[in-house]
Design a protein around this ligand. Structure first.
Ligand code: SAH
Length: 225
């Protein structure tokens, strides 16, 4: 699969956001164990500097989480790459993301040709993310809601990715997985979590794999404007 982004040259930016800076990030991700070329290519293609405030644009291609307002962060590129790699193994078509945030993770999934549905509880962040999807010509469906209930009207999903941490797995999300589908989510206490991949088997059982130790902002209840 090749990324489907059709970028305007002026949207790509120059200087600290140049192709060379992005290539350096990709090399760094490769050195830290990301090997799926499709994922590396998507990270190279999606302009992460457009997903952060201008004040942080020069740091957009560092392998680090950055603030996006409302006490939230855009995830570290390595974490986005690792989660995307884990999802891609099962070639999902229809994917649900909980925690749109900046929209970067959703954009990476859409660039890989997935049909993306994403839910965010903070209205202001979702409005900004929607603008970015439009600007980049990405077809991402989104909803302002408490993502812990998933998106039942659109279920089942081939994969679900949760980009905020919960102390335990949310059962309503597992119920919205297609048989053979997988859920990738950080699970654990607020100080640090285990990135888990759960696969829903045909016999009803759930297979669980630990992917990495990670730190995400918490999955909270209710919505904010
Ligand atoms: N995937 C995002 C990461 C954003 S951080 C990115 O690429 O930028 C996690 C996001 O999850 C925050 O924006 C936070 O507001 C959101 N969030 C937390 N709890 C949520 C919930 N119950 N439903 C939907 N979104 C939630």
């Amino acid at each position: 699969m090749t990324p489907r982004l059709r970028l305007q040259p002026e949207a790509v930016g120059m200087g600290m956001t140049s192709q060379r800076v992005r290539d350096r990030l990709v090399e760094r991700l490769r050195e830290s164990g990301i090997s799926d070329e499709r994922v590396l290519n998507a990270i190279r293609t999606v302009p992460r500097h457009l997903f952060v405030d201008e004040a942080f644009a020069t740091r957009a291609y560092e392998d680090t989480a950055l603030p996006i307002g409302h006490g939230q962060t855009i995830s570290q590129p390595w974490v986005v790459a690792r989660m995307t790699e884990a999802l891609l193994q099962d070639a999902p078509k229809k994917v649900l993301e909980i925690g749109t945030g900046s929209g970067y993770q959703a954009a990476v999934l859409a660039a890989l040709g997935m049909q993306v549905y994403t839910v965010e509880r903070i209205g202001d962040l979702l409005r900004q993310a929607r603008k970015r999807f439009r600007q980049l010509g990405l077809n991402v469906r989104s909803k302002h809601d408490d993502g812990r209930i998933g998106w039942p009207e659109e279920a089942p999903f081939d994969a679900i990715i949760v980009t905020a941490a919960a102390p335990a797995l949310v059962d309503s999300l597992i119920d919205q997985l297609a048989v053979g589908g997988s859920l990738v989510a950080p699970v654990g206490a607020s100080g640090g979590q285990s990135l888990l991949k759960l696969t829903r088997r045909e016999d009803g059982s759930v297979e669980e794999d630990h992917l990495a130790a990670v730190t995400f902002v918490p999955l909270l209840s209710g919505t904010l404007d």
